[in-house]
Design a protein around this ligand. Sequence first.
Ligand code: LMR
Length: 354
Amino acid sequence: MKLAALFSALALGLAAYAVQAADPVVIKFSHVVAPDTPKGRAADYFKKLAEERGKGQVKVEVYPNSQLYKDREEMEALQIGAVQMLAPSLAKFGPLGVRSFELFDLPYIFPNKETLYRVMDGEIGNKLFGMLDAKGITGLAYWDNGFKQMSANKPLRSLNDFKGLKLRIQSSKVLEAQMKALGANPQVMAFSEVYSALQQGVVDGTENPMSNLYTQKMHEVQKHLTLSDHGYLGYAVIVNKKFWDGLPADLRGMLDQAMQEATVFERKIAQEENDQALAKVRAAGTTQIHVLPFRDRVVWQKAMLPVHKEFEDKIGREFIQAAYRTAADVEKEKAAQSSTPAPKDKPSSMRPSN
Ligand code: LMR
């Protein structure tokens, strides 16, 4: 009896030891931006939540600033399982063969964040994630980094200003067409290379949300900035599907919950971070900041909107139409809520008139 008790105590002890000693699940989360950006901060927040709640079962290793992989390489690394989690910009899914993500790159497609969130969090966002399955990837969440601004070493006001300029873009065919529509020469380049390319004059300018421009110090090598809000930059947080499906269900559930909370956090800080970055660029005094007036914005829009039609087949007409409808719904609701009717001189949405 005593011996049996001793054995069972020993067995229990060994089992407890085995649980403690079991190697934690390691999630390598690679990204290309600085830690003090909306994406960087949310990645760190996810790590904190996951590790606290995982109680030793999970370890999240965040690698910012292209430390591990550059844009293109990180997608490949995820697919072969060299990293488990990424949050690439929505503009970087084209080379993977899922062109519908380029919906988010269409210039002036989202008149406001409300429209954008409804698109991401609704049927369109779900369908897009569904398309990743075949690539061995699972989509977990959409993160935000706000609208993009144009910068160069010369003022960018009229379309003439763009003529012949070499402008860096992400790897998106829509962005290529957008820059061409403005009269510029687009150059695809990894994010980690942009600062030195601007510094050395390999490219003349680029487009960015403010948080990226500031944290990469691009304002130090860009004399002019036009606040144009002409396009959008957000992220899909993605995981290697085999890895994710292979996790114990309770652990996956905990990580899912942590990701949802990190997403709420990310969306809350995205605008704040971008507003602060703009203030810091202003304070640095290296860059002249120009707010695109409404009359010029209309000219830019007119030049860029044919890109919507041009990409209907590649992106999917139904996605583009659904985004327009969402924008119209949001606008109607806003108009109904406010007692003053929407001003008549402004376009009701960014949709092309044809
Ligand atoms: C870019 O390449 O400009 C962005 O996708 C970087 C990022 O991840 O925000």
